[in-house]
Design a protein around this ligand. Structure first.
Ligand code: FAD
Length: 521
């Protein structure tokens, strides 16, 4: 506990470094409970990867393209008292290939996907059936999990009231839970290899998630897809409403404010130093920044145990993304998308392996794409009768010799490669959207280095550490408790605190850390 008189010696009760979703959730809960909080954000707007930007009257989402509820997003907004300020719509997915367009409306739709793969790879049909069966089982467990009121974000009385009905409705799915837990430790690639041999099919399936994603996670993915939401106004609307609530409740957010150092006194964190030299004191510091930057750059080396530093250096980070942003002079209704906001389009049934095809400058003409059309949910995100579109692909920072950069600097080769990859992606998407390239009014693209520049995530990692159960930092027991750090009074929030990362790790860590600090003040 910090005594009242000691509390007054500090500028704030807590400082949060970064306003990604994890930082915003932490600060919003703290401000709600009367904690004097300051958020420092190096960018000019809140959100990190929960971000949108406008160019020539088209709005684009720069990172996450819609967000799974996963029993957290909606209750969290409700608990913070801001649910009515944001209009969220279910955001529908589809899988598409040159000879299939499959909207995903129910868990059963996924079996049509596997039966198509059996038609294409008849010699593998037995293995594919086993995988399909597991996918069906796991999606029922995940759906049950999603349907249960999350005790972190729901009053206990409501949780207890819901429990008997939930057990009666879902008990049949519980038998699959032990197997699901087991396959949380097996990378999807290893699981697929237990059932399939064809290298092309293995490569194709490997595109459906980040490398090393736990098999259970990828098999149950339909449960996320069916619980996916997009806000009117673009993804930025979620960040803006959280930022607003922080400020209304007495919290402070400073933009264009880079934190360079976490100050340690008497072996505990007690404030920060900004790039302009300003020092700000607080008994608690929360980092929503990149994990390596936090522990290897912002802290004095002696304050971080050597083995922790070594593990940080050795762990692998998750892949990044290459995005193409298109303003298209075409009414959204004319797209052959059947109301699907996200279409995973696979130009062939072989695909690419982002690790093996790392030096292949043509690989994006064959890569799986996620074509996202925000104007399907909110037509106001483009001029009337036009469409805004983001096509996103998995990418790594080391593609084609670091995208042609030299010592981290952009070069003419970098710009050329960015254009080449964007053109390959547009040509591929045009197989699904006839006339696309002729109707483009605005085009821009972002590489993993763009992602890094705007969010400071190492190598442009889109979701924190590697999803591989053994290669990330938070692997094994205690892997979900990355919000606790070896430095006293320093906590971490966001996607570097759990594996797999992504938005849910920001929700959970933000809520827990805000609660720990509230109790300690
Ligand atoms: C294309 C794409 C699609 C995605 N799709 C999904 C999805 O469908 N589902 C899902 O769950 N996740 C998805 N993700 C991942 C998800 O968006 C991120 O994991 C999540 O938003 C990260 O949140 P965070 O709290 O860790 O903060 P980040 O978004 O990493 O933000 C960190 C913030 O801190 C600021 N900052 C860092 N260091 C400093 C400093 N020293 N001083 C001041 N400010 C600092 C940065 O500027 C940034 O604003 C996707 C990501 C991408 C890129």
């Amino acid at each position: 506990m910090i005594t009242k008189s000691r509390r007054q010696n500090y500028d704030y009760d807590a400082v949060v470094i970064g306003s990604g979703i994890g930082g915003l959730v932490t600060a919003a809960y703290m401000a709600k409970s009367g904690v004097r909080v300051l958020v420092c954000e190096q960018h000019s707007q809140p959100g990190g990867y929960f971000t949108s930007f406008k160019r020539k009257r088209y709005t684009f989402d720069g990172g996450i393209q819609a967000c799974e509820n996963f029993g957290m997003l909606l209750p969290l907004l409700e608990q913070l008292g801001i649910r009515d300020r944001i209009e969220l719509h279910r955001s529908v997915f589809a899988y598409a290939t040159p000879d299939l367009f499959l909207p995903l409306h129910t868990a059963e739709d996924i079996s049509r996907w596997y039966s198509k793969l059996s038609d294409v790879y008849p010699a593998e049909s037995q293995g594919i059936s086993c995988i399909a069966e597991k996918a069906f089982e796991f999606s029922s467990v995940m759906e049950a999990f999603n349907a249960f009121p999350n005790p972190l974000f729901t009053p206990l009385s409501r949780v207890l009231n819901a429990l008997p009905g939930w057990i009666i409705k879902n008990w049949k799915s519980f038998k699959y839970a032990p197997d699901l837990m087991r396959l949380m430790n097996i990378p999807m690639e290893d699981f697929y290899r237990q059932h399939l041999q064809d290298p092309d099919l293995l490569k194709f399936l490997g595109q459906l998630g980040y490398s090393g994603t736990p098999a259970a996670f990828i098999l149950g993915i339909i449960a996320f897809v069916l619980d996916y939401y997009y806000p009117i106004g673009g993804i930025q609307a979620i960040s803006d409403v959280l930022a607003e609530s922080i400020q209304e409740r007495g919290g402070t957010i400073r933009y264009k404010t880079l934190v360079e150092e976490i100050i340690i006194e008497d072996n505990r964190a007690c404030g920060i130093r900004l790039k302009n030299g300003e020092r700000i004191s607080a008994p608690f510091v929360v980092s929503n920044s990149d994990a390596r930057r936090t522990f290897l750059d912002m802290l004095p080396p002696a304050s971080v145990p050597a083995d922790y530093r070594q593990r940080l250096q050795q762990a692998e980070v998750c892949e990044s993304a290459f995005n193409v942003y298109l303003g298209v002079d075409m009414p959204t209704e004319d797209l052959p998308f059947q109301g699907c906001h996200h279409v995973h389009y696979f130009p062939d049934y072989q695909g690419v392996d982002y690790k093996l095809d790392i030096d292949d400058p043509t690989c994006y003409s064959r890569a799986g794409l996620e074509i996202c059309v925000p104007t399907i949910t909110d037509p106001a995100l483009a001029p009337e009768g036009k469409t805004s579109m983001v096509i996103t692909c998995v990418a790594t920072a080391d593609y084609c010799k670091e995208w042609g950069t030299k010592n981290g600097k952009r070069t003419p080769e970098y710009k050329k490669l960015k254009q080449t990859v964007a053109r390959q992606i547009i040509a591929s998407a045009e197989e699904l959207i006839p006339d696309l390239s002729r109707r483009i009014e605005y085009m821009d693209a972002s590489t993993p280095f763009t992602m890094e520049r705007y969010t400071l995530n190492n190598r442009g990692s889109s979701a924190g550490w590697s999803y591989h159960p053994q290669k990330g930092f938070n692997a094994g027991a205690g892997g979900m408790a990355g919000f606790l750090t070896p430095v006293k009074n320093l906590y971490a929030v966001g996607h570097w605190t759990a594996s797999p990362g992504g938005a849910p790790s920001g929700f959970v860590s933000g809520k827990i850390v805000s609660e720990i600090i509230r109790r300690r003040i």
